[in-house]
Design a protein around this ligand. Structure first.
Ligand SMILES: [Ca+2]
Ligand SMILES: [Ca+2]
Ligand SMILES: [Ca+2]
Ligand SMILES: [Ca+2]
Length: 418
C-alpha cells in the first residue's frame, strides 16, 4: 500500500505534463477499478512495470470488444480473465498501431482486463481503454417458433438490429394469402445469410437463401403460404439494418377515361403524332405507387397487334411535392399520376416529332386498315411492379374509332366516358 502511494506521488511530482492515472492503485484483481460497457477511460502505465487491472460486468451473453489506443509511439499488451480469474485471451497488436484489442464472445459475469506496457520496460504516459458489447436488439427474444417478428402484408419495415453473439438468429414471420412480393435490403459490415422457409404445419422447409455483403437487396415472388425468414451473421456478430417490403399482388378495377390519337402526315418528313391516355384505377393509394414502374399494354383484338409502354420509360416516378402528383417528364412525353377522390388517374401525353424517338402506337389504332375496320377493340392492361415483382394489375376494354382526313388520322374513344 505504501509503495503504491509513493508511485502515485512520484508520478505527480516528476511528470507534471502527464495526467495522473486516477484509477490507481489498480495493480491487482483486488484493487481493479470498474469500467462500464460503453465507457472510455484514460489511464497511464507509469512507472515502468505498472499494471492496470480493470473489472467489467457482462449482463447478457454478448460479443464484446475491449479496445485500447493511444499515441503511436507506445506498445501495450492486454490480458482478459474470466469470473474465476482464469486467463481466457491475450493480445499484443490487434488494435490501432501497436495497441491491443480483444474481441470475444462472453457469457454473463464478471471479467478482468489487465493492461501493461509490452515488455514492461517503458511507461505509457496516456492511453485509452473502452469496452463495447453488442447488446441484444429490441426484438429479442425472437426465436422462430413463437417470438418471430410478424411482418404485415402490404407494409414496409425498417429495423436496426444486432446479432449480439455467434448464436443469435433473428426471425421474421408472415403469411400471404395471394401472390406476393418480398423485397429485402440488408446493411452490415461483415455480411449476413438470410434463409427463407415455408412453414407447413410447424415444419420449416427451405425456399431460398440470400447472402448479403455490405449493403445488398434481394427480392422474391411468393406463392400463398406462411413463411419464416431467418438471418445470421456471415462472419461476425455485429449491428445491422434490415428493411423489408412485403405486398400482395392485387387486381384493381380499371377504367379508360381518355384515349385519343392523332397522326399528322402533311408537310413533315417524319410523321408527328400526339396521343393521350387516361387510366383510372380505384382503390390505389398514391403513396403505394412510390418507386413503382408501370407497364401498360394496349392490344387490338381486330388485328392482333399490341403496343407496350413502360411508364415513364424506365424511370421511377417521383413525387411532385406541390400538387401531390407523381410526375415524370422525358424528352418525348409527360407522364402524370394523380390522386383524385381516392382514385389513381394516369395521364400520358406524347408529342413525338423526333427521329428514333418513342414510337407511336399506330398499329393498335388500326390505322393501316381504317377504311375497312374503322373501329378498333382494344384491351388495356396495366401492371405496377416494384423490383420487377407485380404489386397490382388491372384490365379494361375500350373501343376507338379511326378517322381519316387530308392531313391527319385520328382515333378517339367511342361514346361518353367519365
Ligand atoms: Ca496505470
Ligand atoms: Ca496500475
Ligand atoms: Ca438479434
Ligand atoms: Ca434473435
Amino acid at each position: 500500500m505504501t509503495s503504491g502511494r509513493l508511485m502515485v506521488f512520484l508520478s505527480l511530482c516528476c511528470l507534471p505534463a502527464f495526467a495522473a492515472d486516477m484509477y490507481e492503485p489498480d495493480d491487482s484483481f483486488e484493487t481493479a477499478k470498474t469500467i462500464n460497457i460503453g465507457e472510455t477511460q484514460q489511464r497511464s502505465i507509469d512507472p515502468v512495470g505498472d499494471k492496470d487491472y480493470i473489472m467489467f460486468n457482462v449482463a447478457t451473453a454478448s460479443y464484446c470488444t475491449i479496445e485500447s489506443w493511444g499515441a503511436a509511439a507506445y506498445d501495450n499488451y492486454m490480458y482478459l480473465y474470466d469470473s474465476n480469474r482464469y486467463l481466457i485471451a491475450s493480445d499484443a497488436d490487434s488494435g490501432s498501431g501497436a495497441f491491443a484489442m480483444i474481441t470475444r464472445q462472453l457469457t454473463a459475469g464478471a471479467y478482468w482486463v489487465r493492461l501493461e506496457d509490452y515488455g514492461n520496460n517503458n511507461t505509457i504516459s496516456s492511453y485509452f481503454v473502452r469496452i463495447e458489447s453488442l447488446e441484444p436488439d429490441a426484438y429479442e427474444p425472437d426465436d422462430p417458433s413463437n417470438h418471430a417478428f410478424r411482418v404485415a402484408v402490404n407494409s414496409s419495415l425498417f429495423q436496426q438490429r444486432s446479432w449480439h453473439n455467434d448464436l443469435d438468429r433473428d426471425w421474421y414471420l408472415f403469411t400471404v394469402t395471394d401472390q406476393a412480393g418480398l423485397v429485402l435490403a440488408h446493411t452490415s459490415t461483415y455480411g449476413a445469410v438470410y434463409t427463407l422457409y415455408e412453414s407447413v404445419q410447424g415444419t420449416l422447409y427451405t425456399v431460398a437463401s440470400f447472402y448479403s455483403y455490405g449493403a445488398s437487396a434481394w427480392s422474391r415472388q411468393l406463392q400463398p403460404g406462411t413463411y419464416v425468414l431467418g438471418n445470421q451473421p456471415y462472419n461476425y456478430p455485429e449491428k445491422y439494418v434490415t428493411a423489408f417490403q412485403l405486398w400482395q399482388t392485387t387486381q384493381v378495377p380499371l377504367k379508360c377515361t381518355k384515349l385519343s390519337f392523332k397522326r399528322y402526315l402533311s408537310g413533315k418528313q417524319y410523321p408527328r403524332h400526339k396521343w393521350k391516355l387516361g387510366l383510372q384505377a380505384d382503390n390505389v393509394n398514391l403513396e403505394s405507387l412510390r418507386g413503382l414502374l408501370l407497364y401498360v399494354t394496349i392490344f387490338n383484338s381486330n388485328n392482333y397487334t399490341s403496343y407496350s409502354l413502360n411508364l415513364p420509360y424506365g424511370r421511377l416516378m417521383e413525387y411532385g411535392r406541390r400538387d401531390l402528383s407523381l410526375r415524370c417528364a422525358t424528352m418525348f412525353d409527360v407522364f402524370q399520376a394523380k390522386l383524385t377522390k381516392g382514385n389513381l388517374r394516369l395521364i400520358e401525353r406524347i408529342s413525338d416529332t423526333s427521329i428514333g424517338g418513342v414510337s407511336a402506337p399506330d398499329s393498335v389504332f388500326c390505322m393501316t386498315d381504317y377504311k375497312y375496320s374503322p373501329i378498333a377493340n382494344l384491351t388495356i392492361h396495366i401492371e405496377a411492379r416494384r423490383a420487377g415483382i407485380p404489386v397490382f394489375y388491372g384490365d379494361c376494354a375500350v373501343q376507338v374509332r379511326a378517322k381519316y382526313a387530308r392531313t391527319a388520322i385520328t382515333a378517339s374513344t367511342l361514346g361518353k366516358r367519365r
